[in-house]
Design a protein around this ligand. Structure first.
Ligand SMILES: CC(C)(COP(=O)(O)OP(=O)(O)OC[C@H]1O[C@@H](n2cnc3c(N)ncnc32)[C@H](O)[C@@H]1OP(=O)(O)O)[C@@H](O)C(=O)NCCC(=O)NCCS
Length: 208
C-alpha cells in the first residue's frame, strides 16, 4: 500500500499520528465493503408507471435460462391497468436508495381474493429477498383489508415460480373450484401462447 504520510511535522505527537492512521484505516474499510442491497417498499405513484415496463422486461430475462426466450417477446402489463392498480392502492413498488423502482407487485379483487397480476424484480436485484419482501407486504395489506386469499397463476415447475411460491405457503388449487374467473385467466394465457400443461393456479388463504 502506498504510504500516505510522507513527512511528519515535528509538532505532531504520537497520539495525533495514531488518530490519523485510524481515520485512514476506517476510510479504507468503508470503500472496500461489499455494496449492501438497500431497498424499501411503498405504494406506487403515477410517476413510477412508465418505469415498470423496464423492470418487468429485465425480470423476464430469467426465462432465457430455461429456454423460454419467447416469453420476452410478449406484452408487459398494460400501463392503464398499472395506473388503475396504483390509484386503487393495489400496486406496491420496491425502490432503491434513490427511490427508483427495482421491483413491483400488483393485483386486483377477484371474487373476494387478492389476485396477483404481476410480480417482477429487475434482474440485477433478484435473489436478494426483494420478491419475498414484496410478497410479504402485499400479504399484510390483503389480510388487513379482509381478502379471503392471495391467488396467482404461474409455471408449476420453474424454481422461482411454483416451488418458490410453495415455500412461501401457497398451494396449487383447481381453477374451477375457485370460480369461472380463474378458468378464464388460464384460457386467456393459453390464447397468448402459454403452455396450459405447465400453468397452474395457486392460493394462500388469509383467513385462518
Ligand atoms: C419471482 C421473482 C419475483 C422472485 O424475486 P426475487 O427478488 O429474486 O425473490 P427472492 O430473492 O425473495 O427469492 C428468490 C427465490 O427464487 C429462487 N431462485 C431464483 N432464481 C433461481 C434460479 N435460477 N434457480 C433456482 N432458484 C431460483 C431462490 O432460491 C429464492 O428462493 P428462497 O428464498 O426460498 O431460497 C423474480 O425471480 C422475477 O422477477 N422473476 C421473473 C418474473 C416472474 O417469474 N414473476 C412471477 C410470475 S408468477
Amino acid at each position: 500500500m502506498p504510504s500516505v504520510v510522507t513527512e511528519i511535522h515535528p509538532a505532531m505527537d504520537s497520539l495525533s499520528i495514531l488518530a490519523m492512521a485510524a481515520a485512514l484505516v476506517q476510510d479504507y474499510d468503508k470503500q472496500n465493503q461489499p455494496v449492501k442491497s438497500e431497498f424499501s417498499i411503498r405504494q406506487a405513484r403515477s410517476t413510477d408507471i412508465p418505469l415498470l415496463e423496464y423492470v418487468e422486461r429485465s425480470a423476464a430475462e430469467i426465462y432465457r435460462t430455461v429456454g423460454l426466450d419467447h416469453l420476452l417477446d410478449g406484452a408487459t402489463v398494460d400501463p392503464n391497468l398499472l395506473a388503475y392498480m396504483a390509484i386503487s392502492n393495489t400496486l406496491l413498488v420496491a425502490v432503491n436508495r434513490w427511490d427508483q423502482p427495482i421491483g413491483f407487485i400488483g393485483g386486483q379483487n377477484i371474487v373476494g381474493n387478492f389476485h396477483i397480476i404481476e410480480l417482477s424484480v429487475a434482474q440485477s436485484h433478484q435473489g436478494k429477498g426483494v420478491g419475498k419482501a414484496l410478497m410479504s407486504a402485499i400479504y399484510d395489506q390483503a389480510r388487513r383489508e379482509g381478502y379471503r386469499a392471495l391467488t396467482l397463476t404461474t409455471f408449476r415447475h420453474l424454481p422461482w415460480n411454483g416451488p418458490w411460491y410453495q415455500r412461501l405457503g401457497f398451494g396449487e388449487v383447481i381453477a374451477s373450484d375457485w370460480g369461472r374467473e380463474y378458468e378464464e385467466i388460464l384460457d386467456h394465457e393459453a390464447q397468448n401462447g402459454l403452455d396450459t400443461k405447465q400453468r397452474c393456479v395457486m392460493a394462500l388463504p388469509l383467513r385462518l
